[in-house]
Design a binder for this molecule. Sequence first.
Ligand code: BDR
Ligand code: CA
Length: 302
Amino acid sequence: MKLIIDTDPGIDDALAIAYAALHPDIELVGLTTIFGNVTTAQATRNALYLAEKMNLSIPVASGAEKPLVLPPFAPKTQVHGLEGLGHLPAPAPVGTASSLAAAEFLCKMAERYQGELVVCPIGPITNIAHALQLDTNFSQNVDKIVFMGGALDVRGNVSPYAEANAFHDPHALDFVLASGADVTMVGLDVTLQVLLDEQDFNQIASRKNPIGGFLKELGRFYLDFYKSIGLSGCGLHDPMAIIAALYPDLFTMESIPLEAITEGEASGRTCRSQSKTRTPSLVTLGCDTEAIRDTFFSIFDR
Ligand code: BDR
Ligand code: CA
């Protein structure tokens, strides 16, 4: 599977990038970056650093600096840390970002790989909205867009209604959901069904690949945040989008026309659309938690 991850790294973003980097059936074509857990500049720096740490020689293209319609916002640091990588200080990658902006890079790669490229946005979906605006063929040129975000039949995580990625750019999400592209939503309905606790991070660190020790270090910070909100483990949010793209059979999915609320106290909520014209999206509503844990852990044996 040829894959671009659109990311705001972010601790679970780092887990998702590691999973993709190590998986023998995934060819990571590049990373594109977005604000969310951190600013876009920090996201680009962190993505370059993570790519180097994982021995990936791939382009990193920097994305939009603000949401489609909403004003820019300052990232909250309590979930992913001051620099987005838990307790770690600001990293200093040696590489630099692509001369192409994220949306341009996405369009170019989709055109090059004609129906073969999977795009996994695991932050606010702004870059994908820009790519759809930039090139009317983008939605036909990609194979599918599998995004982490939204909460259909469960509570949100930044408001009673909204999941963080959807909340931070609901206009972009609604635009993507209305675009007619082949879209799969991997939201809190499933990502909070697979929690990683301290033992799980120990297990990752004890496997063959040395990246596990680094991820355990990041996980310490993430787990402390989840403990502070009363959960014993952190959601496997971002890796589950990659897993759903590669192994859709591990999920129960329903075909549902979706929309994102863009105003008022429910802003960022994902809900069933009443529109007769909206193309349905695939929505993950259940999952095989054991099989997902198995594929996730086994990757660190490589
Ligand atoms: C999403 O929000 C971010 O904090 C995570 O990286 C993930 O993409 C979960 O709601
Ligand atoms: Ca993310």
